[in-house]
Design a protein around this ligand. Structure first.
Ligand code: MD6
Ligand code: FE
Length: 217
């Protein structure tokens, strides 16, 4: 009689939402991979800890970053680039775990991009208040490959604009296990993340982690 009181609230959000031509939000797509992804993440950050990098203009980013895969995205006084070596350790970045490749490849296929084989995974950690200003992902060599973005932990407001910085962005709430696949006509659109609201996530604690998979080289 009271059983329904204990049933989970149904998730009424559609599982798939187009953000633009070439960009799709796949809600909950990472759920089946989540446990393995989080275990692999712990191993990566033990080898290559999060660090807050500096832009070429000398500003320290609020988001802490690390990488895995053959190429890692780095920024310092000389600018942005992909580098096979972690500048903090002088060692190659940790290898891309198999489960990372699987979730990225399967999400890309679900988004219409078959055969995605990322060589870079940028791992971003947002503490409450951290943000990412509007930017384009344009440091990769091949813009025909999409980017796959996996969100874990606290929800964030993702800002998705257009081809010009001045284009007013739409706002999307990205939650734990949501995946954005992004390529084709909107591959170079401006986007960012609003300052993270404070909270405590049941699995990830007081933070948001975002994995972006790219074909950098
Ligand atoms: C983030 N993501 O969600 C930052 N870039 O924390 C990105 O900058 C991003 O999610 C390109 C494609 C998808 C993304
Ligand atoms: Fe980006």
């Amino acid at each position: 009689m009271t059983a329904d009181l204990f049933e989970a609230v149904p998730d009424v959000r559609p599982s798939r939402e187009a953000l633009a031509d070439g960009a799709v939000l796949l809600r909950g797509f990472a759920k089946p991979f989540e446990n393995e992804v989080i275990a692999a993440l712990h191993e990566i950050i033990a080898q290559a800890p999060f660090r807050r990098m500096f832009t070429s203009g000398g500003h320290q980013m609020s988001v802490a970053m690390t990488n895995c895969g053959n190429a890692g995205w780095v920024t310092d006084h000389s600018g942005y680039r992909y580098d096979g070596i972690d500048p903090n350790s002088g060692q190659p970045w940790p290898a891309m775990p198999g489960v990372f490749c699987q979730v990225a490849e399967q999400a890309a296929a679900a988004g219409g991009f078959e055969g995605f084989a990322p060589d870079a995974c940028l791992i971003n950690r947002y503490a409450p208040g951290a943000r990412m200003s509007l930017h384009q992902d344009k440091d990769e060599l091949d813009f025909t490959a999409p980017i796959v973005s996996v969100s874990l932990g606290l929800p964030a407001i993702f800002l998705f604009g257009g081809p010009k910085r001045a284009d007013k962005p739409n706002r999307y709430r990205l939650e734990h296990d949501d995946v954005v696949v992004w390529g084709g006509p909107s591959r170079l659109f401006f986007h960012g993340v609003a300052p993270l609201a404070d909270g405590e996530h049941a699995v990830m604690g007081r933070q948001r982690i975002n994995l972006t998979f790219r074909k950098a080289r």
